[in-house]
Each structure stands twice: as structure tokens, then as C-alpha cells.
Write a protein that binds this ligand. Structure first.
Ligand code: GAL
Length: 791
């Protein structure tokens, strides 16, 4: 058994024990190069997030005001028998950007696009029973090359894969379910085998399907003659009786195990997860999943993980998706690039509909050094690789070939339509089962991309004023709102001009229109937006009203680094999120919850720390029929939601105490919420999302930091500096407070609260045991909490 195991394909985690040097070096690809002085680290790694915020960093505030540059990574490893008769590949999920890779001094290639996954074959260059050196040069020095924070380095996972010379090719299975009913599903498995021994072979290709509990269901075996030095594809069909269909409520994932049998020997074993589901977009009535109507209520997400930067961490992505699920979102758009594979795995198992997007630009630039420079040489490969990598994920329902590409603006631009057709053709040749869309913000009916005949779904960004015209403008077309909102808020900031709407012209049109407050704090009443966008509430109401709109993706689910519209430096992260950069909900989060979730809720804003004499504008979001407001037990009246508005309003003469909202439907209380006046901050409070972590070196606890008065009421506007001390086998790996103007390093051991909140992120080490985290602030009672890591 052991021998067999050794002979099967092996995938080895290659994340650990790299050496890193920031800056360019000559000769670092050579085996003999001395890297002993370089820093030791594990990837995923993002060197930009370790840097200092500065106006001088050439990425600009739009890129997060953090440094780029050139970095080198080296990893030394030894291969043991019986690997010498085998083939070996190194797989990178993503390196930002312009990576070049060498093995033992031999050049393997370059990959400009920082979001593509790729691999190189190492076989002919490997030494056995002796050290081998992989060297990676990453060049993110040409800036700006992105409209948002990209991160720099080997920021996703790396693997070493060894296998027999006859094996399943990279991304070598494609599983479709051409017919699905309640009683049965036909499952077609196309497997691409690669033969590298230069001699033909007869093998048995055996595919077995397993349910999500690991029970074997059905199997098929086909004898095939694989030609020498070839790649060839074989189709097999299986039938699943009474399939559990993948749905948002029950995201059920099956597994296909492919064995390549060379006589008695298992030459390869390859696993593919897939789902069984049917879906359809209809022009008049939207999206249907397994025959049931589903309104696609989505969010756009960039890839950064706040204080952790771009470095992939599965738990950090999972937390983001949990927060989005709690808001009521059922879909996400990977704006504007192929995501980390872990995001799609999570979407598969948590039940999200994914719009998988390839590019933010085509041939025409958005920023000086962006991917338009690589377009001609690389777009076919990058787009193909995204589809090949992602086409088995049940969560992926649509492909987007681009976001707001500049080509769409010239109505007689003969480049837009041919490119759109070329890209859609590439996608369809690799996956005809999902619709192709493109996110266009040229709302003109003449938009050449919409007339190219390339798209299955017309993807429209912003301009909700034209939504009503779609059915007449594009008769029979299927429509999705690929992007909407761009409303602007800071968490916990309330200015009482809540009834006025601010339409901010951004740095792009600096001196016109209202100017945002100079302190970089925008009110969290839903009352400001970028001039091309809208308030959350306005577009949301329209979207819910039109049945022909199959879905909508709001900009943005969660704040991200870079693009601090309507500001420039000293701001360095976005204001668009329904949730701030640290993961704390802003008030519009509850607007979505009130429309998109059924669990009874009511949310009251603002906080209740004002001055006597103030008239406070109080809002409530609820999914109940009515809300009664009480100040210190005295009713201030019942409000029922009017037809035209999604929030309830009271104007209240401030008195300290407790403001309480009681939500009712049909006379029964469904939910309550309250805000209380806090006295002077007296003590620090740490609230971890999880106290027990896996001792795997990756797991995280996200700990909310607040301060309370002596009676235990959280102080909503307090902003003291809090310092942290940790003991045990874990590290503080990030601090944040959601303030877009903060220039404190995310890796500092201290953070100032922003409107009463901050976040500290603790990462488990690899030894199980107890961890303590202590937090102190001047004049405040300190606190120590205990966490534990277990095997
Ligand atoms: C859109 C764009 C997004 C983001 C957003 C900000 O036009 O697609 O990437 O820039 O605007 O409002």
C-alpha cells in the first residue's frame, strides 16, 4: 500500500520555509547564490502590507499608498527516490506581478498577470538526493498598475506536484451535468490525460463518484490507449439517482475520484469536486435555480483581506463571506480578476452564486502600467486558464470578460465588438454551460459591447435611471446589474444633515459640487454617494421592483485598500463598503438585512451620546411592519414603513439614557434594539469571534476591541490608543479600526479605536496550547483573555 501511495500523484504543500529579499539582486536565480542573510518566511506573503503608508509610494492613494517594488523568493528542497522516474511541477495560485521563476538556475518562464494561477514543469532540471533551488523574482515596481490595492509577492499558495509520467493534466477534468431532474442526473466527465514518457500506454481510466459524506456512489472504467507524448481527452458518463441538487440553502458538493491504472499500478489519483444543479436566465423574470426563482442579491469584493493585505488566508475569506451572508447577500462578483481558489471552494460550500471576472481592462489602459501592456501576448492564456481552473465549481454561474473597459466608450470603436466576440468565444469553447457577461457602465443604448452579439447576459453598471427602459431598449435580452451603489460612509460617524443627499464629485472633478468633510469622515446615514452612483436605498428599491433584473452586485460589500473616493491622500482605503475594512458593519449593512433576510430584525441609529439641546435624527431599519421608539421608557411614536422609503425616521430631543426600538408585525414583537448613553470610558473589552483555534499555523481569531464605562455600556465615540501583549504559540498579525485615514501600520502592536471599535487579529502557531492576549489603554482597566489552540 505504501509503495502504491508513493507512486500516486502527490501534492505537497510548498508554502513553508522560503527566503525573501526586498529589492532587486543580481544572480539570485543561481543555485550557488548565498541567501543565508535573507528573511525566512512562509507564503502566502504580501510585502506591501508590511510597508509604510506614504504619499510618495507610486501606487498612490488609489493603490492603497503602500510600496510596490521588486522582491525575490528562494526555496531549497531535496527530492528523494522514487521521485526520479516521476514528473514534477510547481504550481502557483497567484503571484503579483510579473513573476519569473527559475529552477536550479534554469529559467522556467514569466507570468505578468498577478491574478492568474499557473504551473511549470521541473522534471528535466531536478537533482535527486541533492538540494534544488526554486527562485522567484516578483516585479511590482512599475506603478500605478491597478486602480485598487494589489499587494505584492507570492500572495497565494504554492504546491509541488509529482506524478507518474501518465497522469491527469493540470485542471484536467471537466464535469458537467447535461440533464438534471429530481430523479436523476447525467454526469459527464471529460478527463484530459497527459503522457510524457514518449511511449504509448494502455491504461484504465476509472472515475468514481462519492457523496458529500464520502460514500461511494457509482463508478465507470474505460480502457484507453494513450499515445506517447500527448494530451488527449476522454469522456465518460455516469448517472446519479436522486441527486441532491446544489442550492443556496443546501450547497451540496459531490466528489469525483479519477484513477489512472497502469495494469495493477495506480499511476494517478485526481480529485474533483462538483455540484449538480440546473439554472436558467429568463429575459422577463430573471434567474431560476433548479426551477425556482432566485433574485441574485450580490456584492462585489476585491481580493484584499484588510489588515492582512492580499496574502490569502482561508479563515479570513470565510469570515468575510460569513459577514456577507449575515447581511443577506447570496452572490459575489470577483471584481475585477480571477479570485483565489479558496474563495470559490468556500462559495461552493457556503452557498454563494459567483460571477467570476477576468479583467478590469482590455487593450486600452486605465492606469499607466496596467495589464493593457500585457494584453496582446497574454489575454488568451489568462482568460483560458481562469475558465479551465474554475469551471467545475458549482458556485460559478457566470463568466465576466471585463469590467468597464475603455473600449466601450467609443461608439464607432471597431475594437470593442471584435474583442468582446473573441473573448466570449474563448470562454464558450471551454465552457458552454454558463452565460458570458461583461460589466459595462456606458449606459448609452449604443454601447458597442451590448451590440457585439457576444454576451448572453447584458451586464450593466450604475445609471439606475435607465433600468426601466431595458425591456424596450434591448427586447428579449437577459439583464444583470453587475455593479450598483458606490454610496459612501464611514462607520459610526453621524452628522445630522441626514435628510440631505450628497453627490460627491470625486478627485476626478475636484472643484465642483459639494466637498466632503475635510476630516475624512463621511456620515453613516445613507446620504452620500459618488456622482456616478446612488444611495444604497435608492438603487436597492428599484432593483427589487423590476422582475427582469436577474441580479445585482453592490459596490461594495466590504471596504478595501485603495480607491478612497471621494478623497485622495491622506485617505488610503475605500468608503464604499456596507462593512468597514476591519469587518464591522456600517449602518447600510442593516438596510440590506432588512430587505434581504427574513430573520426578524430591527437596527437603530445613531448611537446615544449627544448633548442636551441636540435634536437627533433617529433611523430604524427593520423587516417588521412597524417600529415603536421609546426614550427612557416613554413612547415617541410608532412608525410604519411607507411605500416609498426603506427606513423609519424620528426627530428626537436628546436626553441621556436608553433609546429603544420595538419592532412588531401583526401586533407581535419580532425584534428589539437599543442604544444607551455611555459615561467616561473605564475599561477595555476584548471579544474574540473564536476562542479555540486549530494549531495549524493559519487559523485566526478576530478580536473586537471596545471600551466600556463603569456600568458596562460601550462608548461609541471613544478613540483611545490600545496596546497588546500576547503570550503563547500565536502571533498578533494585524490591527485595524476601519478608519480610511489611519496611517498606523497594520502590523503595529497597538491601535487607536475608531468610533469605539478596533480589531486585533491573532494567528495560531503550530504547537497546541494556551494563549493570552492582554490589552491596555491609558486610564483604562486592562483586560486579559485566554485563547487555546488544539490539534
Ligand atoms: C466602478 C468600478 C469599480 C470601482 C467603483 C467605484 O465604476 O467598476 O472598480 O472603481 O466604480 O465607484
Amino acid at each position: 500500500m505504501l509503495v502504491l501511495l508513493l507512486l500516486q500523484m502527490q501534492t505537497i504543500n510548498f508554502d513553508h520555509d522560503w527566503r525573501f529579499h526586498l529589492g532587486d539582486v543580481t544572480g539570485a536565480q543561481e543555485v550557488a547564490f548565498n541567501d543565508s542573510g535573507w528573511r525566512r518566511l512562509d507564503v502566502p506573503h504580501d510585502w506591501s502590507i508590511e510597508g509604510t503608508f506614504s504619499e510618495q509610494n507610486p501606487a498612490g492613494a488609489g493603490g492603497g499608498a503602500l510600496p510596490g517594488g521588486v522582491g525575490w523568493y528562494r526555496k531549497t528542497f531535496t527530492m528523494w527516490a522514487p521521485d526520479s522516474d516521476r514528473v514534477a511541477y510547481i504550481e502557483f495560485d497567484g503571484v503579483y506581478r510579473n513573476s519569473e521563476v527559475w529552477i536550479n538556475g534554469a529559467y522556467l518562464g514569466k507570468r505578468p498577470y498577478g491574478y492568474s494561477s499557473f504551473r511549470y514543469e521541473l522534471t528535466p532540471h531536478l537533482h535527486y538526493h541533492a538540494p534544488n533551488v526554486i527562485a522567484v523574482r516578483v516585479d511590482n515596481s512599475q506603478q500605478p498598475n491597478s486602480r485598487w490595492y494589489s499587494g505584492s509577492g507570492i500572495y497565494r499558495h504554492v504546491r509541488l506536484v509529482t506524478s507518474d509520467p501518465v497522469h491527469v493534466d493540470h485542471w484536467g477534468t471537466y464535469i458537467t451535468t447535461p440533464s438534471v431532474t429530481e430523479d436523476s442526473a447525467r454526469v459527464t466527465i471529460r478527463t484530459t490525460l497527459r503522457e510524457e514518457r514518449h511511449s504509448g500506454q494502455r491504461v484504465a481510466l476509472q472515475t468514481t463518484l462519492f457523496d458529500s459524506a464520502g460514500r461511494r456512489l457509482v463508478s465507470v472504467s474505460t480502457v484507453v490507449d494513450v499515445p506517447g507524448d500527448s494530451t488527449s481527452t476522454y469522456a465518460q458518463d455516469l448517472t446519479l439517482a436522486h441527486p441532491v441538487r446544489w442550492s443556496l440553502e443546501r450547497p451540496y458538493v459531490y466528489e469525483a475520484r479519477t484513477q489512472v491504472l497502469c495494469g495493477q499500478k495506480i499511476c494517478d489519483l485526481y480529485t474533483t469536486r462538483f455540484g449538480v444543479r440546473s439554472f436558467e436566465f429568463r429575459a422577463d423574470s430573471g434567474f431560476f435555480l433548479n426551477g425556482r426563482h432566485v433574485k441574485i442579491r450580490g456584492i462585489c469584493l476585491h481580493h484584499d483581506l484588510g489588515a492582512l493585505g492580499a496574502a490569502v488566508n482561508t479563515r479570513a475569506i470565510e469570515r468575510q463571506l460569513e459577514i456577507m451572508k449575515a447581511m443577506g447577500a447570496n452572490a459575489l462578483r470577483t471584481s475585477h480578476n480571477p479570485p483565489a481558489p479558496e474563495l470559490l471552494d468556500l462559495a461552493d460550500r457556503m452557498g454563494f452564486i459567483v460571477l467570476d471576472e477576468a479583467f478590469d481592462m482590455w487593450k486600452k489602459e486605465k492606469t499607466k502600467f496596467d495589464y493593457h501592456l500585457d494584453w496582446d501576448a497574454w489575454h488568451v492564456r489568462d482568460l483560458s486558464d481562469m475558465v479551465l481552473r474554475d469551471r467545475n465549481h458549482p458556485s460559478v454561474f457566470m463568466w465576466s470578460i471585463g469590467n468597464e473597459v475603455m473600449e466601450q466608450w467609443n461608439n464607432d470603436d471597431s475594437t470593442a465588438a471584435p474583442i468582446a466576440r473573441e473573448l466570449a468565444g474563448i470562454v464558450r469553447s471551454l465552457d458552454p454551460t454558463r452565460p458570458v457577461t461583461q460589466a459595462a457602465n456606458n449606459g448609452s443604448p449604443q454601447n458597442p459591447v451590448f451590440h457585439a452579439g457576444a454576451l448572453d447576459l447584458l451586464g450593466h453598471n450604475y445609471h439606475h435611471e435607465v433600468w426601466a427602459d431595458f425591456p424596450t431598449q434591448y427586447p428579449g435580452a437577459k439583464i444583470i446589474i453587475t455593479e450598483a451603489m458606490s454610496a459612501l460612509n464611514s462607520r459610526g460617524v453621524y452628522t445630522f444633515r441626514a435628510d440631505s443627499v450628497f453627490d460627491y464629485h470625486t478627485p476626478y472633478e475636484k472643484d465642483t459640487g459639494p466637498q466632503p468633510p475635510a476630516n475624512g469622515r463621511l456620515s453613516s446615514y445613507d446620504n452620500s454617494h459618488a456622482f456616478w452612483g446612488s444611495l444604497h436605498e435608492t438603487s436597492l428599491r428599484l432593483f427589487e421592483r423590476y422582475p427582469f433584473l436577474s441580479g445585482m452586485f453592490i459596490w461594495q460589500g466590504i471596504d478595501y485598500l485603495g480607491e478612497p473616493t471621494p478623497y485622495e491622500w491622506p485617505a488610503r482605503s475605500s468608503y464604499f463598503g456596507a462593512v468597514d475594512l476591519a469587518g464591522f458593519p456600517k449602518d447600510p449593512f442593516y438596510l440590506y438585512q432588512s430587505v434581504w433576510t427574513a430573520k426578524p430584525m430591527v437596527h437603530l441609529l445613531p448611537h446615544w451620546n449627544w448633548s442636551v439641546g441636540d435634536t437627533v435624527v433617529v433611523w430604524a431599519y427593520t423587516n417588521a411592519e412597524e417600529v415603536e421608539l421609546f426614550l427612557n421608557g416613554v413612547s415617541l411614536g410608532v412608525r410604519r414603513k411607507p411605500e416609498t422609503v426603506s427606513h423609519l425616521v424620528w426627530h428626537v430631543a436628546y436626553a441621556p439614557g436608553t433609546l429603544r426600538a420595538v419592532a412588531r408585525t401583526a401586533g407581535t414583537v419580532t425584534a428589539t434594539d437599543e442604544v444607551k448613553t455611555a459615561g467616561a470610558p473605564a475599561r477595555v473589552v476584548l471579544s474574540p469571534d473564536r476562542r479555540r483555534l486549530a494549531a495549524n499555523g493559519d487559523d485566526l481569531s478576530f478580536i473586537t476591541v471596545t471600551v466600556q464605562d463603569s456600568a458596562g455600556v460601550a462608548a461609541p465615540t471613544a478613540e483611545p490608543l490600545i496596546r497588546f501583549w500576547l503570550t503563547g504559540n500565536a502571533r498578533v498579525v494585524g490591527v485595524d479600526n476601519g478608519d480610511a485615514m489611519s496611517h498606523t501600520s497594520f502590523q503595529a502592536g497597538q491601535i487607536r479605536l475608531f468610533n469605539g471599535k478596533a480589531l486585533v487579529i491573532v494567528r495560531a502557531g503550530t504547537n497546541p496550547g494556551a494563549i493570552t492576549l492582554r490589552a491596555e489603554g491609558d486610564g483604562l482597566r486592562p483586560v486579559t483573555i485566554k485563547l487555546r489552540t488544539t490539534r
